[in-house]
Design a binder for this molecule. Sequence first.
Ligand SMILES: Cc1cc2nc3c(=O)[nH]c(=O)nc-3n(C[C@H](O)[C@H](O)[C@H](O)COP(=O)(O)O)c2cc1C
Length: 193
Amino acid sequence: MSTELWRPSLDLALHRNRQSPQARFVQLATVREDGRPAVRTIVWRGFLEDGARLIFATDSRARKWTEIGASPWGEACWYFHVTREQFRLGGPLSVVDESTTDRELLEVRVATWREMSAESRLTYTWPDPGRARVPLAPFPTVPPDPLEPLPHFGLLVLDVSEVDHLELVGNPQHRWEYKRDEYGRWSAAEINP
Ligand SMILES: Cc1cc2nc3c(=O)[nH]c(=O)nc-3n(C[C@H](O)[C@H](O)[C@H](O)COP(=O)(O)O)c2cc1C
């Protein structure tokens, strides 16, 4: 599966926006069990080796984790403000946790945990996300093991199968669409912005 049609543009955007910490924040949309959309900001943690799969870290107790089980399609919307361009990356989402059998994915899960800041790791010791907050109950402050992920630490993997790239710079602007067919072959087309 070749991603060379669109990955160079995304890599270039990441490079040209590398001074901006916000360049790693992506809006990830999923579909709720009732068919409504849900969107949230999430930190992009990297690509898997094949180049078409994006990784995000999350808590398996979070609502989105369950949503994906019922309806796996997701879309990441990524705006790079230095270069003023947007990528919309759509495809099925899957989850990785300690019960995953794929060895490569398990290694990526552990590596992602180890690369995260102590502050981010600490959030996984907190009580169930989304539940009512117990007044005055202090949150844990003892950092978890930086080498071994907590059981509810998980990854979301977005297997990109379509890409919409919009460049605002230029008059007229530029927009490209990339699609992967059922045989894994990518095609590209420039479309009207
Ligand atoms: C800048 C920023 C970065 C965030 N990064 C993450 C992240 O990497 N993983 C995550 O699960 N939630 C992250 N969040 C919190 C999510 O936006 C969201 O509130 C949380 O995951 C619960 O979403 P859910 O109820 O749809 O599961 C981030 C929020 C902000 C504002």
